[in-house]
Design a protein around this ligand. Structure first.
Ligand code: B12
Length: 216
């Protein structure tokens, strides 16, 4: 039997924008937590991306799916427990310099917010100095860097070097994710973790928060 979360996923894959609010409302009426609905939307977006890659979907379809994501998120925004916000720490979100992909980063941000993290979203095409500045001014001790373009993996190294030069590397946890990232790349670039999806991102940042609390 198709659950209502599966319906959300399917609605995104089928780009049925007229139905997205209805299916999300149905989930909420069924008592499904907002983060589970976001997971369903995220799976749908991943499939839309895959369809685009094989030439089944076009650019206009991607834009439409992004619109659906926004409409859905607007319904869910106030369903997250905002009293917990920031209790687990502050995460800076950014897409690497030279890279303008932000759908995955935004999903990661929403899931982290839902899990009780305060997030500071610096947007796309972020230079390491901008990230460093945000670390200094906010006191954040965790960074989520999205990198989708292979040509931009050097941005990860530049960020790690900038943190090291500023004497901050030991205090800051860095995780990466996005199409061109992998566990191996994370090791090569000397970052603390790689996550393949937003659910893994939440687990990673929860373990970062725990280790920071214990002073490790
Ligand atoms: C949508 C898309 C676009 C859209 C972006 C719209 C937007 N606002 O983001 C548009 C059309 C603008 C675009 C442009 C380009 N794109 Co594009 N794009 C994609 C596509 C099809 C889907 C990406 C996506 O949104 N997926 C859905 C989301 C939900 O998944 P996600 O991003 O992977 O995020 C999830 C996880 O990775 C993870 N995650 C993400 N970030 C983080 C961070 C952390 C810390 C953690 C733990 C986890 C995590 O959690 C997310 C949620 O589950 C991918 C294909 C792909 N396989 O990724 C190509 C792709 C990334 N694009 C590609 C290319 C080449 C380009 C262009 C250069 C094309 C061009 N010639 O102009 C430009 C780039 C311009 C630039 N300077 O950035 C290539 C990159 C190839 C490479 N290896 O370098 C890809 C892989 C397609 C391909 N196979 O060729 N693109």
């Amino acid at each position: 039997m198709e659950t209502s979360v599966m319906q959300v996923e399917k609605t995104i894959v089928e780009l049925d924008i007229d139905q997205i609010q209805n299916v999300i409302q149905k989930c909420l009426d069924d008592g499904i937590p907002a983060w589970e609905i976001v997971e369903g939307m995220s799976r749908g977006m991943t499939q839309v991306g895959a369809q685009f890659e094989i030439g089944e979907y076009y650019l206009a379809d991607l834009v439409l799916s992004g619109e659906m994501m926004k409409e859905g998120m607007a319904l869910l925004e106030d369903k997250f427990d905002h009293t917990q916000l920031g209790k687990k720490g502050t995460v800076i979100l950014a897409t690497a310099k030279g890279d303008i992909h932000d759908i995955g980063k935004n999903i990661v941000g929403t899931m982290l917010t839902a899990a009780g993290f305060k997030t500071i979203d610096l947007g796309v095409d972020c230079h390491e100095n901008e990230i460093l500045e945000a670390v200094r001014s906010s006191g954040a001790d965790m960074i989520a860097l999205s990198v989708l373009l292979t040509t931009m993996v050097g941005a990860i190294k530049d960020l790690v070097e900038a943190l090291t030069e500023a004497g901050l590397r030991q205090k800051i946890r860095v995780a990466i994710g996005g199409a061109c990232c992998s566990e191996q790349l994370a090791q090569e670039m000397k970052v603390d973790a790689y996550g393949e999806d937003a659910v893994k991102a939440v687990r990673i940042f929860e373990s970062f928060a725990e280790s920071l609390k214990q002073g490790n």
